[in-house]
Design a protein around this ligand. Structure first.
Ligand code: ATP
Ligand code: PRP
Length: 212
């Protein structure tokens, strides 16, 4: 049995057409409330986990493969994960954003110590350290856009796609940290032990991601 970990919502929705092109159809939809979905392939099942938990399931071999955003892989660190393929789905950017009127460039120039709210603590820490900036990081779990509006933080590190969320909250992106798409990740021991099944699966995903 091969187990593929997916997150509900955007990743599941965007992975479905890829799965279909690779000849894989889940037996139930993600709304069935089942956390383990059988597929039309007897030897392949899907598990539905929180997006941030996908790398962990694959790292420990509880799932053989998974689909995870580059944002969450950066945050996880990627240890114990083979990343053979960029699937090109769920594309967005990780950025630093501030209130429209906040003088970010001035604050950076002055060497001001900024408060930054994010759920991407590790990636944010590395980004600001590389810029030689001193920041106080505040861990949030969602709705990061609210932090600068309420005075919780001067800036946020969050994902942007259309920019609608930033605009609706009178925020603007001032720096890009990382272009983000989702990747296929594989447990290296699984690949060794189940190569006959997993290697063709990776190739099927490669073809599917090419659009073929
Ligand atoms: P949870 O709902 O469990 O808290 P989440 O909010 O991170 O998790 P999603 O919003 O489905 O879950 O995001 C999953 C992944 O999709 C992210 O890790 C990122 O790679 C990508 N993503 C997030 N927001 C966008 C967006 N606006 N446009 C495109 N891709 C996005
Ligand atoms: C993500 C992200 C931003 C928004 C950006 O949230 O955290 O808030 O998308 O997308 P935009 O630039 O196209 O507006 P998501 O849509 O996942 O919201 P949710 O986590 O509340 O579902």
């Amino acid at each position: 049995m091969i187990t593929l970990a997916l997150a509900k919502g955007r990743i599941f929705d965007e992975a479905l057409p890829l799965l279909a092109r690779a000849g894989i159809r889940p037996a139930d939809g993600e709304d069935s409330r089942k956390l383990i979905l059988a597929t039309n392939r007897e030897s392949l099942r899907l598990i539905l986990v929180r997006a941030a938990d996908v790398p962990t399931y694959v790292q420990y071999g509880a799932a053989d493969l998974g689909v995870a955003g580059r944002d969450l892989l950066a945050e996880h660190g990627g240890q114990g994960l083979y990343q053979p393929l960029d699937l090109g789905i769920a594309a967005c950017r990780m950025v630093v954003a501030v209130r429209e009127e906040f003088d970010y460039a001035g604050a950076v120039k002055r060497g001001a110590r900024l408060r930054v709210a994010t759920k991407y603590i590790r990636t944010a820490r590395e980004h600001f350290a590389a810029k030689g900036m001193h920041v106080d990081l505040i861990r949030l779990y969602g709705s990061m856009e609210l932090a600068p509006l309420t005075g919780l933080a001067d800036a946020i590190v969050d994902l942007v796609d259309t920019g609608n969320t930033l605009r609706a909250n009178r925020l603007r992106a001032v720096e890009e940290i990382l272009p983000v798409t989702s990747r296929l990740i594989v447990n290296p021991a699984s690949l060794k032990l189940k190569r006959e099944t997993i290697a063709p699966l990776i190739e099927a995903f490669r073809e599917a991601a090419r659009g073929g």
